[in-house]
Design a protein around this ligand. Structure first.
Ligand SMILES: Cc1cc2nc3c(=O)[nH]c(=O)nc-3n(C[C@H](O)[C@H](O)[C@H](O)COP(=O)(O)O)c2cc1C
Length: 226
């Protein structure tokens, strides 16, 4: 294996989802470097269907307050359904493990609803990150192909953040407030919100950032045919 491959493996494995960020912002130039990397993602017929809105500063702070208010009033406006109860078998097990790892790291018991809600609401505070990138997409057919393109873009974005010493966490939960975000940013209704990515500098001292989620053995996911 040559060095190029080794350093890519190390980069991919060092990327993780922090849930605590420092408030220090990135400069426009730093963010643009990441965006240039992300832009090289492959896409169906090179359509590049990602439509990204980045929110920072006071505008981000105000949005966080609006999202928390909407959550408390149970005013959710998802563009794409997401029911965790639809995960089954091994997928349900992995989902359970992920939630357990987060709340255990914070020292929150399964039965402590108040603190669990507080832990959950950190999502809507963008985990303290100075920036959030909303991943919108045009609607095309049943949207699955376009969503996969946006996923590829998002992974480039996350890996580029990691490579430059920054960090980010994708958040489906931000997509639960699609119409609210559209209204707030004056985005036309035909752009649908898949998820957001909170990003900035990771707070490496935070306990929640010590978590490293495991991965299934490749034999559980891959079949070779010869
Ligand atoms: C599309 C997508 C949406 C996600 N949404 C959330 C979210 O809303 N809140 C959250 O805390 N983590 C979210 N995550 C992070 C996952 O929990 C995390 O990627 C997974 O547990 C693996 O951990 P790692 O990213 O640290 O390797 C999301 C990840 C992806 C790819």
């Amino acid at each position: 294996m040559n060095n190029k491959h080794q350093s890519f493996s190390a980069l991919v494995k060092s990327r993780h989802s922090p849930r605590d960020f420092l408030s220090d912002p990135l400069s426009k130039k730093q963010i643009e470097t990441v965006l240039h990397d992300a832009q090289h993602a492959p896409s169906n017929c090179n359509t590049q269907p990602w439509v990204v809105h980045i929110v920072s500063g006071e505008k981000k702070q105000k949005l966080s307050e609006i999202l928390i208010d909407k959550y408390r009033k149970d005013e959710l406006t998802l563009d794409f359904s997401f029911d965790v109860n639809e995960f089954h078998g091994v997928y349900a097990e992995r989902r359970f493990e992920q939630g357990k790892a987060y709340y255990e790291a914070l020292g929150i018991s399964r039965y402590d609803e108040e603190r669990r809600t507080k832990g959950f609401l950190r999502n809507l505070e963008f985990f303290g990150a100075p920036h959030v990138a909303f991943m919108f997409m045009p609607t095309v057919g049943d949207n699955v192909r376009v969503a996969s393109d946006v996923g590829m873009y998002a992974q480039n974005f996350l890996l580029s953040l990691t490579a430059h010493g920054y960090a980010g966490i994708p958040q489906t939960i931000l997509g639960f407030f699609a119409q609210t975000v559209r209204d707030y940013l004056s985005i036309p209704d035909n752009y649908k919100l898949l998820f957001g990515i909170s990003f900035g500098y990771e707070n490496v001292d935070a306990v929640s950032n010590k978590i490293r989620m495991g991965r299934a053995n490749i034999a559980e996911c891959v079949t070779f045919h010869e």
